[in-house]
Design a binder for this molecule. Structure first.
Ligand code: THU
Length: 139
């Protein structure tokens, strides 16, 4: 279980990370924060590209930062997204990010879609990516 203060902290870090977003094409700023099993937090933001294809979402930025630093045991992620001049939405992860989560997280991995540190929706990866393909399929 993750206590409410830790969830609020994770959500706030995701919200704050929107300031690092590079999104001149969509004007949709997303921040995220990943919690690892040892209590470390890695943050990320979306980074777009004029060729569109090379753009990366906030979730993958944070997850790849964590994994590249040796953290492959991830327990939760908070995501905060919305238009640059608009309110935050409950911003759900795209399909590609869900599949990346599937690589490093189990089905009880917690996903918080944050509008504020107190206002968030909670899902598990199993709920957002049912009947999925993962590393065990290749064993
Ligand atoms: N985006 C994310 O970073 N995460 C999401 O969960 C949804 C979408 C980014 C990708 C792109 O830079 C912009 O938001 C609009 O799709």
């Amino acid at each position: 279980m993750i206590d409410n203060n830790a969830i609020s902290d994770l959500c706030q870090k995701a919200i704050d990370m929107r300031s690092g977003s590079y999104a001149p094409y969509s004007d949709f700023l997303v921040g995220s924060a990943v919690l690892t099993s040892d209590g470390s937090i890695y943050t990320g933001c979306n980074i777009e590209n004029s060729a569109f294809g090379p753009s990366i979402c906030a979730e993958r930025t944070a997850i790849f930062k964590a994994v590249s630093e040796g953290h492959k045991d991830l327990v939760a992620i908070a995501i905060a997204g919305g238009k640059r001049d608009g309110d935050l939405q409950y911003c759900a992860p795209c399909g590609v990010c869900r599949q990346v989560m599937r690589e490093f997280c189990n089905s009880s991995f917690r996903i918080y879609l944050a509008k504020s540190a107190q206002d968030y929706k909670e899902f598990t990866l199993g709920e957002l990516l049912p009947e999925s393909f993962g590393p065990e399929n290749l064993e």
